[in-house]
Design a protein around this ligand. Structure first.
Ligand code: 5GP
Length: 175
């Protein structure tokens, strides 16, 4: 059931499941006896958030933001916009931002600045995939699933032109 546009499976369904469980255990330990707001970034992080929260043995609430980026290669920082804000006030609460992939870092940096300005008790980041070779700005990533090379990947929530989000694995798109 691998579409022909997917040249390779980079990370299997099993490998993702195992890593998400590990991340869940670490986050559960780190936030023991604390209340946590998990903030997912729409739309790509939906699958990751859904699986990760079921590995958290904690009292949590979830929320989502939507961001838009005009593309880091053409313009520098400040080109990211918040399309949908979180519904919860986050003052004095612990926030964990969950994103599908960090690439240039511009999206997460903007989101972290936005949340920090509201004085949460803490704010940390969790990404499934990290492409460090493309980073333009430094962003602290506390929890990272997999470090990958500079390939365009789809599946497990990540899309190309809206497609492939439903693939259960991370695949490399043949471009
Ligand atoms: P950043 O602001 O870190 O450059 O961008 C992060 C966003 O870029 C991700 O949320 C995702 O939407 C998009 N992105 C970056 N690399 C990839 C990739 O390999 N595949 C897909 N589908 N989206 C990517």
């Amino acid at each position: 059931m691998k579409p022909s546009e997917i040249s390779d499976i980079l990370i299997s369904e099993d490998a993702i499941r195992g890593r998400v469980a590990e991340l869940g255990r670490r986050i559960t330990e780190d936030y023991a006896n604390k209340e946590l707001v998990v903030v997912g970034v729409l739309t790509g992080a939906v699958t990751f958030v859904a699986d990760l929260i079921r590995q958290l043995d904690l009292k949590i609430t979830i929320d989502f933001v939507a961001m838009s980026s005009y593309g880091a290669s053409t313009k520098t920082s400040g080109e990211v916009r918040l399309l949908k804000d979180i519904g919860h006030p986050v003052e004095d609460v612990h926030v964990l931002v969950v994103e599908d992939i960090i690439d240039t870092g511009l999206t997460l940096r903007y989101l972290l600045e936005t949340i920090r300005a509201r004085h949460p008790a803490s704010v940390e980041t969790c990404v499934l995939l990290d492409k460090p070779s493309r980073r333009l700005v430094e962003v602290p990533v506390k929890y990272s699933g997999f470090t990958i090379e500079d390939k365009f990947v789809v599946g497990y929530g990540l899309d190309f032109a809206g497609h492939y989000r439903n693939l259960p694995y991370i695949g490399i798109l043949d471009q």
